[in-house]
Design a protein around this ligand. Structure first.
Ligand code: EPS
Length: 387
């Protein structure tokens, strides 16, 4: 199973094609739209989110509410395209025609300069339009399809925000359903209400100061069978694949599982999770310090993964850079931007983690249709319980 996305931030639309889904998976545009709406919320977003109201059109691979087994094609229109048609249109232009909103001043921390050098563009709009986090709408759409698949097997995914700027949330004991419910009502998708208030105040201050904020997001997946991924080859380790998926989210700079970096400071006796067994459940672990992975394989405990997002590079408080034409130093020009997109990133991270788990399920239980896959998963779950 794989997907590709295409489309620019201010182009006509985002497009995604998903290949390899089993037939007979129930799927509607509404399933996807619910997730798209979740991504659009969040304290700290800029004015663009008032323009967009993301809706997904399914334009291939689904008929009468079920996948057919053919590639699933998804389209999300950019409403803002109406204002950008001349600037972003695909047709050739006259050589003397002035191109509006040409970008020659790279933002520190953005893809602008590296991309311009790599692809030989004097207008960095050719880079920033695609590197923009607008693309995450397409990934959330694909993640919604993955969640729908996981749902068939009782596998649940939830994300929440642990930190924005220097404000850290206290750990709250909660079930996955509680996390889903509470974060949906929190403007910063945080389980700790006091920290949430402080996060919002901190975002207000960053906005006033023309600055931006990053943070930490945690995603938890429950109901995952033992043995997804494999220890036998480096690129089959599922934790490694999830790490790549998380790092591929725009602005993400770090990933950890379970205790993560904290494990470095503890002796082994306080890191490794003791093994238990009972008749009903089979094997389990007393704790989950390793975040659901041993040897690149799931161990049946919840997958717990955290991602670090850097602050968005588009700043109202300009940093120093150099114009690529004049080579003169300048203070970066001011562009419309979000001051904090960490709450939205929580939804994006859920999507990419869900995708990797769904893909690993399809790798382990290759099936042409859902009935076949359900039988295979059920038989395997029985086998693991009885092992
Ligand atoms: C983004 C800049 C802003 C964000 C955008 C990502 O857009 P604009 O340049 O149009 O103001 O709003 O995010 C989205 C459009 C989105 O859907 O998340 C950027 O440069 O990455």
């Amino acid at each position: 199973m794989r997907y590709l996305t295409a489309g620019e931030s201010h182009g006509p639309q985002l497009t995604a094609i998903i290949e390899g889904l089993p037939g007979n998976l129930p799927l509607t545009a509404e399933d996807i739209n619910t997730e798209l709406a979740r991504r659009q919320k969040g304290y700290g977003r800029g004015r663009r989110m008032q323009i967009e109201k993301d809706r997904c059109n399914i334009v291939g691979g689904v008929r009468h509410g079920y996948t057919t087994g053919a590639p699933v094609a998804l389209v999300i229109e950019n409403r803002d395209w109406a204002h950008w048609q001349k600037i972003m249109g695909p047709d050739p232009i006259e050589s003397d025609e002035e191109v509006k909103r040409t970008v020659t001043r790279p933002r520190p921390g953005h893809a602008d300069l590296n991309g311009a050098i790599k692809y030989n563009h004097r207008d960095m709009r050719n880079i920033l339009e695609r590197s923009s986090a607008r693309e995450t709408a397409a990934r959330v759409a694909c993640g919604a399809v993955a969640k729908k698949l996981l749902d068939q097997f009782g596998i649940k995914v939830a994300g929440h925000v642990l930190q924005i700027g220097e404000i850290e949330a206290n750990r709250v004991e909660a079930t996955l359903d509680e996390i889903r419910r509470v974060t949906e009502d929190s403007p910063v998708r945080c389980m700790d209400p006091e920290a949430a208030e402080n996060m919002m105040k901190r975002i207000d201050r960053a906005k006033e100061e023309g600055d931006s904020l990053g943070g930490i997001v945690e995603v938890i997946v429950e109901g995952v069978p033992v043995g997804l991924g494999s220890h036998v080859q480096w690129d089959r380790k599922l934790d490694a694949r999830i790490a790549m998926a998380v790092m591929s989210i725009q602005a993400f700079k770090g990933v950890e599982f379970g205790l993560g970096f904290e494990a470095a400071g503890r002796p082994g006796s306080q890191v490794h999770d003791e093994i238990t067994w009972n008749e009903e459940m089979g094997f389990a672990r007393k704790t989950n310090n390793l975040g659901g992975f041993e040897g690149g394989m799931t161990n049946g405990m919840p997958v717990v993964v955290r991602g670090v997002m850097k602050p968005i590079p588009t700043l109202y408080k300009p940093l120093q850079s150099v114009d690529i034409d004049s080579k003169e130093p300048f203070s970066a020009s001011i562009e419309r931007s979000d001051s904090c997109a960490v709450p939205a990133a929580s939804v994006v991270m859920e999507a990419v983690v869900a995708w990797e788990i769904a893909k690993a399920m399809c790798d382990k239980f290759p099936s042409d249709h859902m009935e076949e896959m359900k039988n295979a998963v059920e038989a395997y779950r029985r086998y693991t319980r009885e092992f």
